[in-house]
Design a protein around this ligand. Structure first.
Ligand SMILES: Cc1cc2nc3c(=O)[nH]c(=O)nc-3n(C[C@H](O)[C@H](O)[C@H](O)COP(=O)(O)OP(=O)(O)OC[C@H]3O[C@@H](n4cnc5c(N)ncnc54)[C@H](O)[C@@H]3O)c2cc1C
Length: 401
């Protein structure tokens, strides 16, 4: 049943997905009550710039805000910021806050994102980068560095590589320590991942792969990062970019959450009257439940559920997309680049500064990756909208358009 003016929708998680969902409900003229709960004290903001423009010192944090005065005025919500949801009762339904207050609702949306995974060693100099408060702390720490100080980044995944690039551009000494022999191989497969990692040194990033950290200790305002081969790095700041986990402990008793996220249907409903969006949602992509921590999915999942709940309208299935700015390169990926898939380079070359690659899985195009090829990548989107065989893809060659 579509939403009516008698409904009360409670959205938990005031990030990109939660806020976009609220905006879409109002844009579609939902007139009922709407409450947005967020544990951070900040209004919704964009995270991608935190490891790029903000880390590089080009943007003030205020610029990441997603809530302009016009957008706030167009989206009437009851704001419950700096309040944490501690329980979801799906049959009520209601959401309990850390204050003990219960928010009774007719529908609930879970959009609580992920939390940065922590290293097993915590010292005063170690941190992660997920939130605006983290970015603020990072900025303060960077201002207190001496010219000879080194920053150690643990993990050369997307966030580690982006942050390293940004800090090198600030003229800092940065060392990246990565456990895998080829960073991002588990996400992009070895060929593409190797081609991207090869750009690190030209960007001035000191990358060491295949290393194992066995301990981090702190003394006198510095952390010593000890590796299994006996080498040691003396760092004024250690930033861990070692992945994230869905922030779902608060719905542990609801029966909805698993370690892999919340299973939803194509409308992003976990069950009648309960939705799940963005980084927490496991949605069907080509028949497989898929959870991806991508900006575009947070945005598109919010639009999809709002259209379904307000108008009973089924939007076209979303196509996974993400980008990353690392080592001075723009990496963009459409679809799901299974690491074991065969990759066909259809433009440029893996040892060049630009290429387009198609991932083949079961005879179909499962993903398209581009390095510094934004136009070719976007032109290739139809290959993922409909299932497309490799022969058809080569015949159409949309990247040439
Ligand atoms: C540094 C960084 C760089 C990124 N760069 C890119 C990029 O280049 N390209 C790309 O595609 N994606 C990028 N991403 C990923 C993208 O930002 C996420 O996919 C997107 O933010 C997900 O939105 P979300 O609303 O699902 O979750 P979030 O944005 O994490 O929002 C969830 C909110 O819920 C709150 N919350 C959690 N638990 C509770 C609770 N119990 N009660 C109340 N509130 C709660 C959290 O505090 C948070 O504010 C980046 C992420 C980071 C951190």
């Amino acid at each position: 049943m579509s939403l009516s003016a008698d409904d009360h929708v409670v959205v938990v998680g005031a990030g990109l997905a939660g806020w976009t969902f609220c905006e879409e409900l109002r844009r579609r003229e939902y007139r009922g009550a709407l409450t947005l709960v967020g544990e951070e004290e900040h209004e919704p903001y964009d995270r991608p710039p935190l490891s790029k423009q903000v880390a590089e010192g080009k943007w003030e944090l205020e610029r990441t805000s997603l809530v302009t005065p016009e957008r706030r005025a167009a989206t009437e919500v009851t704001w419950r910021l700096a309040e944490r949801a501690v329980e979801l009762n799906v049959s009520g339904p209601f959401v309990e806050l850390n204050s003990g207050e219960r928010l009774h609702a007719t529908r609930v949306v879970v959009a609580t994102g992920v939390r940065a995974r922590q290293l097993p060693w915590r010292t005063p100099e170690t941190m992660t980068l997920r939130r605006r408060d983290d970015a603020e702390r990072l900025s303060r720490a960077l201002h207190s560095l001496r010219p000879s100080d080194e920053v150690v980044i643990v993990g050369a995944g997307f966030i580690g590589a982006e942050l390293a690039t940004a800090l090198v551009r600030r003229g800092l000494h940065v060392r990246v320590l990565e456990a895998a022999p080829i960073p991002l191989a588990a996400q992009l497969g070895p060929d593409i991942a190797r081609a991207i990692a090869a750009k690190a040194s030209t960007a001035g990033v000191n990358l060491r792969t295949g290393v194992e950290i066995v301990g981090i200790s702190s003394e006198g305002g510095y952390s010593d990062v000890l590796l299994s081969d006996g080498s040691e790095y003396h760092a004024r700041l250690v930033v861990a970019g070692v992945g994230a986990e869905p922030a779902l402990e608060w719905i542990a008793g609801s029966g909805l959450a698993t370690a892999q996220g919340i299973l939803v249907n194509e409308h992003f409903e976990a069950r009648a009257r309960i939705g799940a969006l963005g980084d927490v949602a496991r949605f069907p992509w080509r028949g497989e439940p898929t959870r991806l921590e991508h900006w575009q999915i947070a945005h598109d999942s919010a639009r999809t559920l709002a259209a379904w709940w307000v108008n009973g309208e089924a939007l076209a299935p979303l196509v996974p997309y993400f980008w990353s700015d690392q080592y001075g390169q723009k990496v963009q990926v459409l679809g799901r680049p299974h690491p074991e898939a065969r990759v066909h380079v259809v433009r440029g070359g893996l040892d060049e500064d630009r290429f387009v690659g198609l991932y083949e899985r079961g005879g179909l195009v499962s993903a398209v990756v581009g390095l510094n090829q934004p136009r070719a990548l976007m032109l290739s989107r139809p290959l993922l909208v409909e299932e497309t065989s490799m022969e058809e893809a080569f015949r159409l060659a949309p990247w040439e358009g």
